[in-house]
Design a protein around this ligand. Structure first.
Ligand code: ARG
Length: 481
């Protein structure tokens, strides 16, 4: 992009000066190249259908657009992608190319292009969450009986299973999918035809362009339609929330790898440039860091948009790249997390040993004493004393005798207490809905599989609708060849 390049919008009056590069969004606009071509095509087809431009002009413009697509983005010059494409059309077909910009403005054009492009990014994000959920659920199935320590405050708390742990993230990611879908629905509305903000006297058909571009409908009020970037905030928020889920998962896996509980596959690890023995879970650390980039994008959006008056302000140009940085950080991070989860190996033996460490079954014993008539608070006190005095049956018995002023065996048999001290038995006993008992996890996984299937169906429907619109537009355009 030459600094001195001109375009149809600039003309002589605003032809250059030191701020030219500063004004340009050409570098960031590559991402909107295909979107702008589609938006131009749909608009031109509609203009011809409405007899706002004649068929011959439409044919010439559409042929020019095809040629511009062929020569590619790098051949374009202009202040932004919209001006550059219009300039290139006029270069090819002469003055009649100027009819393309009838009944619209760059304001509705850019808003439409961003929405058109972001739709695909959001669907890629949805797809990535589905792949990760599938990996988590599949691994969870394989590990419903792999007992592991569960933590609070990163201290051993109660035994659980790898299946319960993994499905906790599968459940969270189900909400992340839903948030992305919601953002998609809100994004998929067309502002095209609202012009600068105040509509147009031409008898355009906004529903028609919306339909040709695969949008679910139009945004009504023309002033809101060009002004709003709240759909970017919503999309970025969904991405940030997803990245926060990912960052927690990444930290858990990094720590489990450090503890020797988990072996990250070589494909998802790297080594040190100086310490040859090292195998580091770098990919997971980068997954975790994606939350920083995504959150910076959201903050960039919010601070740029805050306090903007109606209707179009050039600040909006600076808002757009923030959403791309969030997308580019989070979608690949989700894909990598899925690969890392699917290929990691859990060290069942080390996990089982650790599961009983730190008197992690104390809560289970306290529950048992409560089941046998001792108030839970009293049982808690007994186990707290026992934890300090040896954390075994003898310690529990002497603590009970002291606290209850009665023998423990008059409440519950020694064998029963001892079996509760076993981590596997402790897990199996906690079979309340959503609990870690293998039966409870299996039941939960069944529901998650159904949810994933439903979400996948919806994703396929969205994708098919976009593909259908694309080919319908192609057919319409073909009619002018
Ligand atoms: N590149 C601009 C953007 O991204 C296009 C709109 C320019 N409109 C204007 N009224 N100056 O926002």
């Amino acid at each position: 992009m030459g600094e001195e390049s001109g375009d149809v919008v600039r003309r002589e009056r605003f032809s250059g000066g030191p701020a030219r590069g500063f004004l340009s969004s050409m570098d960031a606009d590559e991402r909107l190249f295909a979107a702008d071509l589609a938006v131009d095509r749909a608009h031109v087809v509609m203009l011809a259908e409405q007899d706002i431009i004649d068929g011959e002009s439409a044919s010439a413009i559409l042929a020019a657009l095809a040629d511009i697509e062929r020569t590619g983005y790098d051949a374009l010059e202009g202040e932004d992608i919209h001006a550059a494409i219009e300039t290139a059309v006029i270069e090819r077909v002469g003055e009649t190319g100027g009819r393309m910009h009838t009944a619209r403005s760059r304001n509705d054009e850019v808003a439409t292009c961003i929405r058109y492009r972001l739709r695909e990014d959001l669907l890629d994000g949805v797809e990535a969450t589905l792949v990760l959920r599938e990996a988590l659920v599949e691994e969870a199935h394989a590990h419903t009986e792999t007992t592991m320590p569960g933590y609070t405050h990163r201290q051993p708390a109660q035994p659980t299973t790898v299946g319960h742990f993994l499905s906790s993230y599968a459940q969270a990611l189900g909400r992340d999918t839903a948030r992305l879908c919601r953002a998609y629905d809100r994004t998929n509305r067309s502002p095209l035809g609202t012009a600068a903000f105040a509509g147009t006297p031409f008898s355009i058909d906004r529903e028609r362009t919306a339909d040709l571009l695969g949008f679910d409908g139009v945004l009504g009020n023309s002033m809101d339609a060009v002004s709003t970037r709240d759909f970017l905030v919503e999309a970025a928020s969904a991405l940030v929330t997803l990245s926060v889920t990912l960052s927690g998962l990444a930290t858990d896996l990094v720590e489990f790898a450090a503890d020797g509980y988990l072996d990250v596959d070589d494909d998802y690890a790297s080594t040190s440039s100086i310490m040859p023995q090292k195998k580091n879970p770098d990919t997971l650390e980068l997954v975790r860091a994606s939350a920083g980039t995504a959150s910076a994008g959201l903050n960039g959006l919010l601070t740029t948009l805050k306090g903007l008056p109606r209707a179009y302000n050039r600040d909006l140009q600076e808002a757009t790249p923030h959403i791309w940085s969030a997308v580019d950080a989070v979608v690949p991070a989700t894909e990598v997390a899925a690969g890392a989860v699917a290929t990691a190996t859990w060290n069942g033996e080390a996990l089982a040993t650790a599961a009983g460490d730190g008197f992690a079954t104390a809560t289970g014993v306290a529950d048992l004493l409560a089941i046998h008539g001792i108030p839970f608070r009293t049982a808690h006190e007994i186990l707290a004393q026992a934890a300090e005095d040896g954390a075994d049956y003898a310690a529990i018995e002497s603590a009970a005798n002291a606290v209850l002023d009665d023998s423990l065996s008059s409440y519950v048999e020694r064998e029963t207490v001892e079996s509760t001290l076993d981590a596997d038995a402790s897990v199996a006993s906690r079979d309340s809905v959503g609990g870690p008992a293998p039966t409870a996890v299996e039941a939960a996984l069944g529901g998650m599989e159904t949810d994933i299937e439903d979400d996948r169906e919806r994703l396929t429907e969205h994708r098919e609708r976009l593909v259908a619109a694309e080919s319908a537009l192609e057919t319409e355009v073909g009619g002018y060849a």
